[in-house]
Design a protein around this ligand. Sequence first.
Ligand SMILES: Nc1ncnc2c1ncn2[C@@H]1O[C@H](COP(=O)(O)OP(=O)(O)OP(=O)(O)O)[C@@H](O)[C@H]1O
Ligand SMILES: [Mg+2]
Length: 259
Amino acid sequence: MAKLIDVSDLNIYYGDFLAVEDVTMTIEPRAVTALIGPSGCGKSTFLRSLNRMHEVIPGARVEGKVVMDGQDLYGSDIDPVTVRRQIGMVFQRPNPFPTMSIYENVAAGIKLNAKRMKKSDLDELVERSLRGANLWNEVKDRLNRPGAGLSGGQQQRLCIARAIAIQPDVLLMDEPCSALDPISTLAVEDLIEQLKLEYTIVIVTHNMQQAARVSDKTAFFNLAAVGKPGKVVEIDDTATIFSNPSQKATEDYISGRFG
Ligand SMILES: Nc1ncnc2c1ncn2[C@@H]1O[C@H](COP(=O)(O)OP(=O)(O)OP(=O)(O)O)[C@@H](O)[C@H]1O
Ligand SMILES: [Mg+2]
């Protein structure tokens, strides 16, 4: 079930380095929120802080709050492993498990999470996930072949199938199309359009057209100078950000006059 995430006064550190400063935003359910901004402004760092993947880096920590449907994800009673199951992630490069078959790749996350499942139930969940990722028709006759044998675009949809197989509430995507050709990119964008009916989606992209096509809200991150923290300049409806942003820095960035 899609969930709302409320971020308030979030500071994100790598050791002593404040990488992202003072983020406050609401991420809405059943919608796509795009994060845009120049390299190094902290988009990936912010994304990883939402599902507690940031802190796996030694010395990395956050201050502030990330609240999902009323629950503080950084509360002392919260298990980060549970958070990562509720908030799935898809990375820039498709990363299927290379020695596993297509079927095993999708089942991998389920097996880690579900204790024991009947083979027929697992088959059904694998099929449902592959259908959900718009990949079923292309792979149904070769489920036992290696996942690494798929095209880049298919591999990325396989990773999305793996992410949705564990039935998360939120999907985080860090430049999921940057390694894909235009046709695969459109396939993944179509998929995002469908997934948002059920999930809360946050996507980082360097592609302005993509942000305009797939997202409902857009947050523009920027940094004053190298070594300074990244900040959210503004967040608004995507149509507003791209047609009538309130900040000049946003306008410069989206119209390519940045830097
Ligand atoms: N593991 C790390 N250890 C220390 N500093 C890091 C680490 N990862 C990122 N940083 C720093 O944090 C800042 C934000 O980096 P981040 O990767 O979040 O930016 P980004 O907006 O995703 O950039 P890009 O568009 O290039 O992917 C940068 O100054 C970066 O050098
Ligand atoms: Mg990044």
